[in-house]
Write a protein that binds this ligand. Structure first.
Ligand code: NAI
Length: 530
């Protein structure tokens, strides 16, 4: 089955925010669309709102007046449900309730032809369950758009147990014809995005509850070092804490209380207080008239620039080829230091000198007696003890060490202030704003990215989606700067396994268990994207 041709009618049932967006996208792509809602005024509002959007696009010269007029002419109101009888595809976007959706599709089966595809935009209900009572359950498929529909490229095409693969493919091709980026997934709680994204919020809550830093500081680190468009707290303020908390609880319960998805009591308190985010005028930040200045992230004061730094060259590491993993990340950092006029000397790793490495390999940098490492999931304090080197300072993962504007550091409880401050001066000299996190295992970006990769790997391992689909979904559905599995490849799957293993050891919690697929890839030396 190929994409639905344009001579087929598309029906959209439910004309709220999502239904209107879906209708707009289909009409712009050249399809005739009928909109239905139990509240006729919702249909009228949807069509007039879409016309307003088109007018703005025409004014900004992003759409021609002719195209806008043609697209509006393709949008029709269905007065009764019977009016969608000739549809080739029906997309349901009504209230998120299983009985309501089942009732609607049962009615539709009596109205539309046998070859009409039935699609649901549900974000949290099992597609298998919605289809279960139908005469032809094989023609029902999930078509999960993201809000706002015209702007978000991702569509998750969800197959329930009974869904015909050809129907799923036709919906996928149709979404592509509408200019979207579709991915296939199996009907499982949270599908891809709402499942794989959980650790982005959950690790933020953990960091906050363990007093690693305040919300504004964690947000700044995730944005300016991690490369995420928004930090977890500003994003949850935008989504609404009530909505985010409800999704987290729904995924947690749907996976039979898997501890990986445990909701945060801190977020429950936000909801209890009515601090719902932007919509209530207050969340982690203040919004609206009475809002005060945005809280500033913690940033270390200027420290003297160390005159001399040495860094470790690993055996086999290509000179000048910065990698994220292990000590060779120092290549990228060393470039920044040299550009700032600091003398940076190479120092061969123990292996390169023909000696066995210590328990911990070589630090990335030595600076005034401090050993400076990329976090491996242990706290700096544990690592200082393990290496018997009190002056241990860790830095966090960065999306790109060559261009990041901020870096997070932490130091062992045993570390001397002078050694710590010289490392701060080092990173400041390289042009970073330096944020100090309290000494939590795995820091902020590293533990979040490791957990995102872990969740994505589990989804792939369980046949929910392919590695490509997982990465596309997270980039196009929630704007991540890199797919979590491509990120794991870049960091090194071994490093991710180490971080998670160390987190599991530190916390003693099932939550940080390593996905069998990560272990398997690590054992064979394979990557997710060759
Ligand atoms: P909404 O509340 O803005 O709109 C729902 C519309 O459906 C209302 O206009 C209502 O009158 C109408 N409706 C309710 N029952 C109906 C029925 N039996 N027949 C016809 N019309 C009916 O909701 P929204 O946000 O547009 O969401 C709709 C669906 O899309 C839900 O299933 C939701 O889970 C899903 N979804 C929502 C997303 C979001 O961010 N809002 C994202 C992805 C999916």
């Amino acid at each position: 089955m190929a994409a639905l041709s344009k001579d087929h009618l598309v029906a959209v049932i439910g004309s709220g925010a999502m239904g209107a967006g879906i209708a707009q996208v289909a009409a712009v792509a050249g399809y005739t669309v009928k909109l239905y809602d139990t509240r006729p005024e919702a249909v009228a509002k949807a069509i007039s709102d879409i016309a307003l959007v088109f007018n703005k696009l025409v004014a900004k010269e992003r759409m021609s007046a002719v195209a806008a007029a043609a697209a509006i002419a393709r949008l029709r109101a269905a007065v009764t449900l019977d009016d969608v009888a000739g549809a080739g595809l029906v997309v349901e976007a009504i209230v998120e309730n299983l009985d309501a959706k089942r009732g609607l599709f049962a009615q539709l089966e009596a109205i539309v032809g046998d070859d009409c595809i039935l699609a649901t935009n549900t974000s949290s209900i099992s597609v298998t369950a919605i289809a279960a009572k139908l005469r032809k359950p094989e023609r029902l498929v999930g078509m999960h758009f993201f809000n706002p529909v015209p702007l978000m490229a991702l569509v998750e095409v969800i197959s329930g147990l009974a869904t015909d693969a050809a129907v799923a493919q036709a919906v996928c091709d149709t979404a592509a014809a509408w200019g979207k980026n579709p991915v296939h997934a199996k009907s499982t709680p949270g599908f891809i995005v709402n499942r794989v994204a959980r650790p982005f919020y959950a690790e933020g809550w953990r960091l906050l509850s363990e007093q690693a830093a305040d919300a504004a500081t964690i947000d700044a680190v995730m944005r300016e070092a991690g490369g995420f468009r928004m930090g977890p707290f500003e994003l949850m303020d935008l989504i609404g804490h009530d909505v985010n908390f409800a999704v987290t609880q729904s995924v947690f319960h749907a996976y039979f209380n898997d501890p990986r998805f445990t909701p945060s009591v801190l977020q429950q308190e936000m909801v209890n207080a009515g601090y719902l985010g932007r919509k209530s005028g207050r969340g982690f930040y203040s919004y609206g008239d009475g809002s005060t200045a945005l809280p500033q992230p913690q940033t270390e004061p200027a420290r003297p620039v160390p005159e001399f730094v040495s860094y470790t060259v690993e055996q086999g590491a290509k000179a000048g080829a910065p990698r994220v993993a292990g000590s060779s990340v120092a290549d990228a950092l060393a470039e920044r230091l040299r550009a700032a006029g600091i003398t940076v000397t190479h120092r061969q790793s123990p292996e390169a000198r023909g000696h066995a490495a210590g328990a911990d390999g070589a630090p990335a940098f030595h600076c005034n007696g401090a050993a400076v490492y990329l976090t491996d999931g242990r706290s700096a304090t544990e690592r200082a003890r393990d290496n018997q080197h009190p002056d241990t300072v860790l830095f966090d993962l960065s999306l790109d060490y060559a261009s990041a504007t901020r870096i997070a550091v932490t130091c062992a409880d045993q570390c001397s202030p002078a050694a710590y401050q010289s490392v701060v001066g080092l990173f400041q000299a390289a042009g970073f704003a330096v944020t100090r996190l309290d000494d939590v295992p795995g820091m902020a970006v590293m533990r979040t990215v490791a957990m995102l990769a872990n969740e994505a790997a589990d989804a792939v391992n369980q046949g929910v989606c392919s590695a490509e689909a997982a990465d596309i979904a997270m980039q196009k559905g929630v704007n991540y700067p890199r797919g979590p599995l491509a990120w794991a490849d870049a960091i090194g799957i071994g490093q991710i396994v180490t971080v998670l293993t160390n987190l599991a050891a530190s916390y003693g919690e099932e939550r940080y268990r390593v996905s069998p697929l990560l272990r398997r890839k690590h054992a064979s030396g394979a990557v997710f994207h060759a």
